[in-house]
Design a protein around this ligand. Structure first.
Ligand SMILES: C[S@@+](CC[C@H](N)C(=O)[O-])C[C@H]1O[C@@H](n2cnc3c(N)ncnc32)[C@H](O)[C@@H]1O
Length: 245
C-alpha cells in the first residue's frame, strides 16, 4: 500500500502550537510533538546525524548540503551546526569547509516560539540565539541566512512537494522529519519521496525515525536502498537509505 499520495485534501491548512511541560512544542493540527519528548537533541544526533554517518562523511567532504523536511523549531539545524563546528575544531586545514542546510517548512514558527523551545538546550544557546535573531518576523518565499563564511541556511516556506519540485539543488544527506507518518502522510508520499531521491546526489543518503512499512516501501520505490537501524530511545527501529553511486 502506498499511502500519502492522495492525502493533500486531508492535511491541515493551518497550524497552532501548544506547550507541554513548558518548553515542549506540540502541534494541535497534526496531533504530534515536534521531537522526542525524551530529548529532541539526542534524537537528532542519533537519528539524523549518526543515521546519515555525517561525522565520517564530513571528515572526507569539505562542502556538504543537508536537506530537511520540516524546519520546525530549528533544533535539527542548530544541533547539526554545533556538531559540524565541533568536527572542525582540530582541523589543521585553513579551509573550514562549508555546510549548507536547506529545509522545507509549510507552517513556520515565530522566532519567539523557536526561542522558547530551544532554551531547553543551554549548550546550543550561542547558535540558537543567532538563529532566533536572524529569523524573519514574517517568513515567506525562501529565507536565506548566511551565519558566517562556513554555514548557511535556506528555508523554503510552503508545502514541501511544490517547493521541492521548484528547487534546483541537490543534497548529500536528508533528514526526513515531517511528523509521524500516521499523522501526516502527505510528508511521506511516494511523490515526495521520489522528489527527495531526484534531489539526492549519487552516494547520498536519508535518515528518519520512521520504520513504517509503507514509508519504507515508498522510499524503495523512489529508488533508495533502504535499511533498518536501531531507533532512538523507546523505538526498536528507524530507517536509513542511500542513493547508489
Ligand atoms: C516534526 S516537526 C519538525 C521538527 C524540526 N525538524 C525541528 O528541528 O524542530 C515537522 C514539521 O513539518 C512541517 N510540515 C508539516 N507538513 C508539511 C508540509 N506538507 N510541507 C512542509 N512542511 C510541513 C510542520 O509545520 C513541522 O514544522
Amino acid at each position: 500500500m502506498n499511502q500519502g499520495s492522495d492525502a493533500t485534501d486531508s492535511s491541515p491548512s493551518e497550524n497552532t502550537i501548544e506547550w507541554h511541560a513548558d518548553d515542549m512544542p506540540y502541534s494541535t493540527a497534526f496531533g504530534d510533538h515536534y521531537y522526542s519528548r525524551a530529548d529532541g537533541r539526542a534524537e537528532c544526533a542519533h537519528v539524523f546525524v549518526n543515521g546519515n554517518d555525517l561525522l565520517q562523511r564530513w571528515a572526507k567532504q569539505q562542502r556538504f548540503t543537508i536537506g530537511e523536511l520540516g524546519f520546525g523549531t530549528g533544533l535539527n539545524f542548530v544541533e547539526t551546526w554545533r556538531q559540524w563546528q565541533a568536527s572542525k575544531i582540530n582541523t589543521v586545514e585553513t579551509d573550514k569547509g562549508q555546510l549548507h542546510f536547506v529545509s522545507f517548512e509549510r507552517f513556520p514558527l515565530k522566532a519567539s516560539d523557536m526561542a522558547r523551545a530551544l532554551v531547553a538546550w543551554p549548550a546550543l544557546s550561542t547558535l540558537s540565539d543567532q538563529l532566533v535573531s536572524a529569523w524573519p518576523d514574517q517568513p515567506t518565499g525562501v529565507v536565506r541566512i548566511a551565519f558566517d563564511d562556513n554555514v548557511s541556511l535556506e528555508v523554503h516556506i510552503g508545502d514541501a512537494l511544490p517547493c521541492m519540485q521548484a528547487w534546483s539543488g541537490m543534497a548529500d544527506a536528508w533528514f526526513l522529519d515531517g511528523f509521524s507518518p500516521a499523522r501526516n502522510s502527505q510528508m511521506w508520499s511516494l511523490e515526495l519521496m521520489s522528489e527527495i531521491y531526484q534531489h539526492t546526489k549519487a552516494g547520498g543518503s536519508f535518515a528518519t525515525y520512521s520504520a513504517a512499512g509503507w514509508v519504507r516501501r515508498n522510499l524503495q520505490a523512489a529508488g533508495f536502498i533502504v535499511e533498518k537501524r536501531p531507533g532512538h530511545t523507546g523505538k526498536r527501529d528507524m530507517s536509513i537509505g542511500t542513493r547508489a553511486l
